[in-house]
Design a protein around this ligand. Sequence first.
Ligand SMILES: O=P(O)(O)OC[C@H]1O[C@H](OP(=O)(O)OP(=O)(O)O)[C@H](O)[C@@H]1O
Ligand SMILES: Nc1ncnc2[nH]cnc12
Length: 176
Amino acid sequence: MIESKIKDTVRDVADFPKPGIIFKDITPILKDAALCAEITQALAERLSGVQVDVVAGIESRGFLFGMLLAQALKVPFVPIRKAGKLPFKTIQQACNLEYGSAILELHEDALEAGQKVLVHDDLLATGGTVVAASKLIQQLGAEVTAFSFIIGLDFLNGREKLEEFRPLTFSLASYR
Ligand SMILES: O=P(O)(O)OC[C@H]1O[C@H](OP(=O)(O)OP(=O)(O)O)[C@H](O)[C@@H]1O
Ligand SMILES: Nc1ncnc2[nH]cnc12
């Protein structure tokens, strides 16, 4: 089962990047090519029947499977990046996450009004990051139709923050 494979492979690192945080390190997953393929397929299967015109992935770990998923779904990929990295004109949103804060940016011509967007990230913790990403998408007149994650830290209740965006939300491996 994909959930137990992910949980058996992810590495817990205590007190990174700050004391008290148990960091879910996905790099062992990336070393397992067969598991990466299985994860990509599982993400695509969970989205069957959902309209996805574009996958938006969040820097940096959201790029890894976001791009693979976009290829599997045969749709474009759009990067949402931390401030100062995108070269063209951008729109910005601040966000708070489990262990810090960031400013996210999106190219102002990245999406067309009315496009249905899947937001992908490796991990859902407090939800601050994907809420900011969703606001950027909405600012361009596009619609968030789903959120996908490899890992959900459900005990941090990030899903509640996503309800206002109303879409399908799933994690392949959940920690309760
Ligand atoms: O749900 P939240 O509390 O907002 O936290 C989740 C975010 O935190 C991590 O990113 P990080 O900012 O550490 O960046 P990275 O992917 O570049 O390592 C993770 O990849 C998510 O984007
Ligand atoms: N505990 C955690 N492990 C890995 N990435 C995270 N992003 C936010 N919280 C995290």
